[in-house]
Write a protein that binds this ligand. Structure first.
Ligand code: GDP
Ligand code: K
Ligand code: MG
Length: 299
């Protein structure tokens, strides 16, 4: 049988469940998930490999109108994923209103086969689901519409079969062992960022970046069997006041974040981890191109 392969972009507004869906499709917890908008800042590949196919999913930041350079870079990741997509998975929340047309225009004027996913149907009744299916049918007449719950893995298998049906015959783009294009360091920094998103309110999560300064696996560096992985991370914020909040009384908050992140990282790496974190202030880093570039946000 001929081998199929292609790129499948998961796109939509913030918080509709794109990252949840990507993790379900790939069967691994690659993308971080929080109830806050703009959790995902990068294009993250999740690769599903079988003998006769390779599906390369792209999780992307939610589509917004950028207000500062970081957000511009986030939107350029969305555009990049649209440029090489063989299939679009356009994710919507069942309760979401589409009164402005800008998102649709950006996404749907490209002649890419599009599947609409009406997500979070666990929060709606059958009549609402049917109403939305009709709505999207009339509005954009996509190749297919699936009403799903990414959270409860409901109706997702049929979706995978549909994607396979559309994918072109092509040799694999990545090694068939690969699960993603990102490094362990990247996922570690994301897991710390996730805990910052869930532990702090207001502007702190949006003003924070996490940089892994060192990552030393004692099994490799010391040849020590059962050795731990020592990780040192820098948490960057924009102001001294944010640094104080992040650290908390006598370091209590940072300690909580560190413990939660370490447990997550240990699960991911399947190893014991020692995690140390430092907080550093870089005023206005989200608007400074040189910092953005060094943090991996190319524009
Ligand atoms: P993204 O911003 O589009 O990547 O959305 P996330 O995957 O980060 O999810 C945003 C929020 O929606 C999180 O709190 C998820 O747990 C929640 N969520 C995602 N899918 C579903 C779903 O099918 N049903 C419900 N009830 N919540 C969901
Ligand atoms: K989110
Ligand atoms: Mg996301």
């Amino acid at each position: 049988m001929a081998h199929k392969a292609g790129f499948v972009s998961i796109i939509g507004k913030p918080n509709v469940g794109k990252s949840t869906l990507m993790n379900v499709l790939v069967g691994e917890r690659l993308s971080i998930i929080t109830p806050k908008a703009q959790t995902t800042r990068h294009r993250i590949l999740g690769i599903v490999n079988e003998e006769d196919f390779q599906i390369v999913f792209s999780d992307t930041p939610g589509i917004i109108k950028p207000k500062y350079s970081l957000q511009e870079s986030m939107m350029s990741f969305v555009n990049g994923s649209l440029t090489d997509a063989d299939v679009l998975l356009f994710v919507t929340d069942i309760h979401e209103q589409y009164d402005e047309e800008d998102v649709l225009e950006k996404v749907l004027n490209r002649n890419i086969p599009t599947i609409v996913l009406i997500n979070k149907i666990d929060t709606a009744d059958q009549a609402q689901v049917e109403e939305k299916i009709t709505y999207w049918q009339e509005k954009i007449n996509p190749l297919a519409i699936y009403a799903i719950s990414a959270l409860h893995k409901h109706n997702v298998d049929g979706l995978l079969d549909k994607v396979l049906e559309i994918l072109p015959e092509h040799p694999p783009y990545y090694d068939k062992e690969d699960l993603t294009d990102r490094s362990e360091r990247f996922f570690v920094s994301e897991m710390i960022r996730e805990k910052i998103f869930t532990n702090y309110q207001k502007e702190i999560p949006y003003s924070t970046e996490v940089i892994i300064k060192s990552f030393k696996d004692e099994e490799e560096t010391l040849g020590k069997k059962g050795g731990i992985i020592r990780i040192s991370a820098e948490i960057i914020v924009e102001r001294d006041s944010q640094k104080n909040i992040l650290i908390g009384k006598a370091g209590s908050m940072l300690k909580k974040v560190g413990t939660e992140a370490r447990l997550e990282i240990e699960k991911f790496l399947e190893r014991k981890v020692f995690l140390e974190m430092f907080v550093k202030v870089i005023p206005d880093w989200r608007s400074k191109k040189n910092y953005l570039k060094s943090f991996g946000y190319e524009n």
